[in-house]
Write a protein that binds this ligand. Structure first.
Ligand SMILES: Cc1cc2nc3c(=O)[nH]c(=O)nc-3n(C[C@H](O)[C@H](O)[C@H](O)COP(=O)(O)OP(=O)(O)OC[C@H]3O[C@@H](n4cnc5c(N)ncnc54)[C@H](O)[C@@H]3O)c2cc1C
Length: 434
């Protein structure tokens, strides 16, 4: 099978522009964002977003008829690798999670009215959104256990439930909420999605949960993860997104591209940590030599380079399968890179932090924040264990147990006896002269 990840020279130029733009305009802002209120952050972004739009790189994940660039996953992979180097870059390019995934859902399942009301302003950057599925009291890794309920009431619905880790909900204008609409249906047909403006009576955004990534209590800032109570929230019939019972089906469409975009961004995080590791190795002197001359540090550099190269090829390959055969054909590739990429990012940052000693552990370097960010990647959008299980199940479908009582197919004594029988004449002929 031929693989082709090549891109045209014009796109290479765009990548070079993005590389320079993110380094020159976004990296420096990282150091002051925490001092700004959300409305100030929005004002800082506005001229940057204008430059990105002028360059034709805005909302590149969507098709041109929706105002995107229709890049496809391979080009998006190369682009996200650059944007991933900073948690603040995707927002300047209109492709930040969760808005990017939510716009994909709206494009896929929204009615014309829903697209008009939510999708177009979302793409223009005039609205912000959140995806509200995970609940504190049920296992997010098994969404068939969801408890949040939407019950039919006349033409509309009444929503009740408790969610948390709804990223960006405290700055969002609307939420996409996953709720059980038919508890008696088959497990993957019980839930539906609803479009819920945040100012709907009964929506109570309680707090942004302080996390490893953002340990300080804060509310209403980009990147927060909100806890929300939905209490007798009355929704009109047209709040339903997609068909009744189609929540999981639509979520699957969202999660495929969303997961691979995460993996692409992690390549950028890993590369930035790797650069810090190598720079430090060239400058820190201890026990008679530079760190760069110590074999352990050389092993870290070589292992990191090999892991990152593998992760990059696996990610681009998954992207290429998605582009050429569709998201469902790439399920195995996406699961492989989801857990592998999360591990690579963690390992590379860990080595870079170690090489910096107390400086790496301090907040004077971005490494400790990158390390905390990387930890979540091993379970959000599906824990490592679930992706491994999924890969193993798919792989095992290609294997059968030996017939009852039969030895393993590679059992040497059995195979030797069979070979002696099969080649008896030949063996006799070649050994008869001895
Ligand atoms: C930074 C961040 C952003 C997030 N953003 C959102 C968002 O925008 N919207 C949203 O709805 N949710 C969001 N989440 C929630 C995230 O999707 C859930 O944390 C994730 O689905 C796991 O669910 P859980 O936390 O309930 O863990 P659980 O489901 O309770 O799993 C806990 C652990 O159990 C183990 N486990 C589970 N299943 C298996 C298995 N089959 N085999 C072996 N071990 C297993 C794993 O070790 C797993 O880590 C976010 C989370 C984080 C950290």
């Amino acid at each position: 099978m031929a693989w082709d990840f090549s891109t045209e020279p014009e796109f290479e130029e765009q990548l070079a522009w993005m590389r320079e733009f993110v380094r020159a305009e976004i990296w420096p802002l990282e150091t002051v964002f925490h001092e700004l209120r959300q409305d100030e952050v929005d004002r800082v972004y506005a001229p940057l977003q204008a430059q990105v739009k002028a360059r034709g790189l805005w909302a590149a994940h969507l098709d041109p008829e929706l105002g995107g660039q229709g890049f496809g996953q391979v080009k998006l992979g190369l682009m996200h690798e650059i944007l991933g180097s900073s948690p603040f870059a995707p927002n300047a390019f209109g492709c930040q999670a969760p808005d990017s995934g939510n716009s994909e859902i709206l494009a896929l399942a929204g009615t014309e009215e829903q697209k008009e009301r939510y999708l177009h302003p979302l793409l223009a950057g005039d609205l912000k959104s959140a995806f509200s599925m995970t609940e504190p009291d049920t296992a997010g890794s098994d969404p068939t256990l969801l408890k949040t309920r939407a019950v039919k009431d006349g033409d509309g619905w009444v929503l009740n439930g408790h969610k948390w880790f709804s990223s960006n909900a405290s700055i969002a204008d609307f939420l996409i909420v996953m709720a059980v609409t038919d508890p008696d249906a088959r497990s993957h047909q019980r839930a539906s999605m609803f479009l819920v403006p945040v100012d709907t009576p009964g929506v109570r955004i309680l707090r942004d949960v302080a996390t490893m990534e953002h340990p300080e209590e804060a509310y209403g800032k980009l990147g927060g993860h909100a806890e929300i109570k939905y209490e007798d929230v009355r929704l009109p019939a047209d709040a339903l997104l997609g068909g009744e019972g189609e929540g999981f089906l639509i979520a699957q469409h969202r999660l495929g591209p969303g997961r691979i975009h995460h993996c692409m961004r992690w390549l950028g995080v890993s590369a930035r940590a790797f650069d810090m590791l190598c720079e430090r190795a060239q400058s820190r002197y201890a026990h008679g030599s530079l760190l760069a001359d110590k074999q352990t540090v050389q092993n870290w550099i070589a292992d990191s380079a090999a892991q990152m190269h593998a992760a990059r090829l696996m990610t681009l390959h998954a992207a290429w399968v998605m582009d050429t055969q569709g998201a469902s054909a790439a399920r195995r590739e996406i699961s492989l890179i989801k857990f592998f990429g999360a591990g690579v990012m963690h390992d590379v940052i860990d080595r870079a932090l170690q090489a910096h000693g107390s400086l790496g552990y301090s907040t004077d370097m971005p490494l400790e924040a990158m390390y905390r960010y990387a930890r979540g990647a091993r379970f959000y959008d599906g824990p490592d264990e679930v992706h491994r299980q999924s890969v193993a199940r798919q792989v095992l479908r290609g294997y059968e147990a030996p017939a009852e009582g039969a030895p393993p197919s590679e059992h040497l004594p059995t195979n030797r006896a069979a070979a002696r029988e099969k080649f008896a004449h030949l063996l006799e002929a070649v050994t008869s002269n001895d």
